[in-house]
Write a new protein. Structure first.
Length: 162
């Protein structure tokens, strides 16, 4: 008598399901059926995954809204102009501009080695770059690179550190 091909598996979620294991070699079917028994059934697995995806999406939406609110406040506080570009890039560009400036060159006495005059120059240069895509492209810049990046963005060839 041949090794069975359809196995009834009691899953970890307590659901029972028949699995056609004919595509597996006969000597591997029992082991695979045991492995399946340690997992949720397909329906429970999908439901959990969709729930996780929905939870992740809700978390991300909340996080983005908080970041956007902070970016909007920051842009108003420091008189940053609205950005230009495709509609879908504007909010991302605003958040990137805020995060790059706020994270890389923090205010309130924590500006690192930048003199006040250099800081004011950096802010002025930042106001001149209104392309959302440029800010998105710079989002992974290294700390302290903003002055040089902004100088390059406005076409200046002089070294902003000197």
């Amino acid at each position: 008598m041949p090794v069975k091909t359809v196995w009834t598996v009691e899953h970890a979620c307590s659901h029972s399901a028949d699995h056609d294991l004919s595509a597996r070699p006969a000597d591997r079917r029992a082991g695979y059926a045991r492995w399946l028994a340690g997992r949720d059934c397909t329906d429970c697995w999908r439901a959990q995954r969709e729930s996780d995806d929905a939870g992740r999406a809700a978390w991300l939406e909340t996080k983005r809204a908080e970041e956007q609110q902070a970016a909007t406040w920051w842009a108003t506080q420091f008189r940053m102009p609205p950005l230009s570009g495709p509609e879908r890039a504007l909010a991302w560009g605003e958040r990137s501009r805020h995060q790059l400036d706020d994270r890389r060159l923090p205010r309130a006495g924590r500006r690192g080695n930048l003199a006040e005059s250099t800081w004011e120059e950096v802010e002025e240069q930042a106001r001149a770059v209104d392309r959302a895509g440029w800010w998105i492209d710079q989002r992974d810049a290294e700390p302290g690179d903003l002055p040089e990046l902004l100088a390059a963005a406005d076409g200046s060839t002089e070294n902003p550190h000197h």
